[in-house]
Design a protein around this ligand. Structure first.
Ligand code: PLP
Length: 388
C-alpha cells in the first residue's frame, strides 16, 4: 500500500475538463455534440501572435529563460497595465507563469495552512476552493447571489473577516456567473481593508477585458494603499484566445515576490520561451482581435440570455462580463447535476452543473457562449425540446 499524503483527499478538480472528455468521447462515437461546457474562446489566436512564436523558434529562442520571465515581456505587461488602467507597476514585481491558474496556486499555498481561513467566491472558479482545502486552510465562501446579479457587496465580505483570515480571493468579471462588481463596492472594500492590515487580497482579473453594456471593469491595482498585500492575477488565455499556450502573469507585493519566484523555480523553471515572445506580440500589437471577440461575445450573450429566459422553468440574469450565462433552472424541478447529465446524454449539449462551482451553485447551470452563434441557437432549440 503506497502511503500518499492525506492532503490529496482534499484536492478537488475542475469538472469542465471531465465534461470535455465525455463530450469528446461522444463526438468520436458520432454524436453531434454542441460544446457549451469548457470556458475558452472559439476563436483562434491572432495570426501575428502565432507568427511571433514561430519567429522566436526560428530565431533560436530554445533555452531556459529567467524564471520570472523575459524582461521584454515583463516590460510589455507593465505597458499594457498602464495603457488599460493608467497604473504604474514595477516590472520587477511581474511574474510570468504558465497560465493564470499558477498565480492562484502560489498565492493560496503561501497563505493556506490548518487553522487559518481563506475567503473565496462561491459559486466561483472551482480551483479556489479545491486548493484552499488542499492547503489545509478553512475555505470561507463569499456567497454570490442571483438577486445581486452575482456581485458581492463590500460590507458582506468585510463582515466575514475574522482574526484567522489571511487571504481574500475576488474575481470580477466572474466565472461562472458573469457577475461584475461595481467600482463603488471595490472602493468600499479597499477602504474597509485598511482596518485589516494583515489580510492579503488576490484579485483574479483574467476576464478584465470582457465586459458588456454599461458594466466596467476596475482593477484592484488602482488602490495604491493595498499594493503591499495585493496579488493581481491576469493572463492571455481568455483575452487573446490563448488557453492552450499556457501563459499568464501575476503582479506581486514586494514581500511576496521572492517567494513566488522561488516557487516558480521549484515548480516549472520558466515559461516556454516561444510563448513568451508571442505574449509580447499580443500585448504590443493591434488589439482588433480582442475587440472582434468582445463584440461577438456581446451578440451571442444576448441570444443566449433571451433564449434561456423564454424556456419554461428557466430564468437568466444578463451577465455583465466574461462569456458565461448562469441560468437558474430550479423551476424545471431538476437539480444542477441531473440537468447537466440530461443535456449531455439526451440533447448532446455539454454544459456544467452550477454545483461544480461550489454549493451555492445548486439550481444553476453554466453555459459558455464563447461558441459558434449557430451552435448556440441550435442548443437553445434542443433545450426547448428536451423532455424533463
Ligand atoms: N481564473 C478564472 C476565473 C478562470 O475562469 C480561469 C480559467 O478558466 C483561470 C483563472 C485560469 O486561466 P488559465 O487557463 O490561464 O490558467
Amino acid at each position: 500500500m503506497l502511503d500518499i499524503s492525506p492532503a490529496f483527499a482534499n484536492l478537488g478538480t475542475e469538472t469542465a475538463f471531465e465534461v470535455l472528455a465525455r463530450a469528446n468521447a461522444l463526438k468520436a462515437a458520432g454524436k453531434d455534440i454542441i460544446n457549451l461546457g469548457i470556458g475558452q474562446p472559439d476563436f483562434k489566436t491572432p495570426p501575428h501572435v502565432v507568427e511571433a512564436a514561430a519567429k522566436a523558434l526560428r530565431d533560436g529562442h530554445h533555452g531556459y529563460t529567467p524564471a520570472n520571465g523575459i524582461p521584454e515581456l515583463r516590460e510589455a505587461v507593465v505597458r499594457d497595465l498602464h495603457r488599460r488602467y493608467g497604473v504604474t507597476v514595477d516590472p520587477g514585481l511581474v511574474l510570468i507563469v504558465p497560465g493564470g491558474k499558477v498565480t492562484m496556486f502560489f498565492a493560496i499555498m503561501m497563505f493556506g495552512r490548518p487553522g487559518v481561513e481563506i475567503m473565496y467566491p462561491n459559486p466561483g472558479f472551482p480551483i479556489y476552493e479545491s486548493t484552499i482545502r488542499f492547503s489545509g486552510a478553512t475555505a470561507v465562501p463569499i456567497p454570490l447571489l442571483e438577486d445581486k446579479a452575482f456581485a458581492f457587496s463590500a460590507d458582506d465580505v468585510l463582515s466575514r473577516i475574522t482574526p484567522k483570515t489571511r487571504l481574500i480571493i475576488i474575481n470580477s468579471p466572474a466565472n461562472p456567473t458573469g457577475g461584475v462588481v461595481p467600482v463603488i463596492e471595490l472602493e468600499k472594500l479597499a477602504a474597509g481593508l485598511e482596518r485589516h492590515p494583515n489580510v492579503a487580497i488576490m484579485s483574479d482579473e483574467i476576464y478584465g477585458q470582457l465586459t458588456y453594456d454599461n458594466h466596467k471593469h476596475a482593477t484592484m491595482l488602482r488602490f495604491e494603499h493595498l499594493r503591499d498585500r495585493l496579488i493581481l492575477l491576469d493572463g492571455w488565455s481568455k483575452t487573446y484566445a490563448m488557453t492552450g499556450w499556457r501563459l499568464g502573469f501575476g503582479v506581486w507585493p514586494k514581500e511576496l515576490f521572492p517567494i513566488a519566484e522561488k516557487l516558480a523555480i521549484n515548480d516549472h523553471s520558466c515559461v516556454n520561451a516561444a510563448a513568451q515572445w508571442a505574449g509580447i506580440a499580443a500585448l504590443d500589437g493591434p488589439q482588433d482581435a480582442v475587440h472582434t471577440m468582445q463584440r461577438a461575445f456581446a451578440e451571442r450573450r444576448k441570444i443566449v440570455v433571451d433564449g434561456l429566459n423564454k424556456l419554461p422553468g428557466w430564468r437568466c440574469v444578463s451577465p455583465g462580463g466574461a462569456f458565461y450565462a448562469f441560468p437558474n433552472i430550479s423551476g424545471t424541478g431538476l437539480d444542477s447535476k441531473t440537468m447537466q447529465t440530461k443535456l449531455l446524454e439526451q440533447a448532446n449539449i455539454a454544459t456544467i452543473a452550477g454545483t461544480s462551482f461550489g454549493a451555492y451553485g445548486e439550481g444553476f447551470l453554466r453555459l459558455s457562449y464563447a461558441a459558434d452563434k449557430r451552435d448556440i441557437e441550435r442548443a437553445l432549440e434542443r433545450i426547448a425540446n428536451l423532455k424533463v
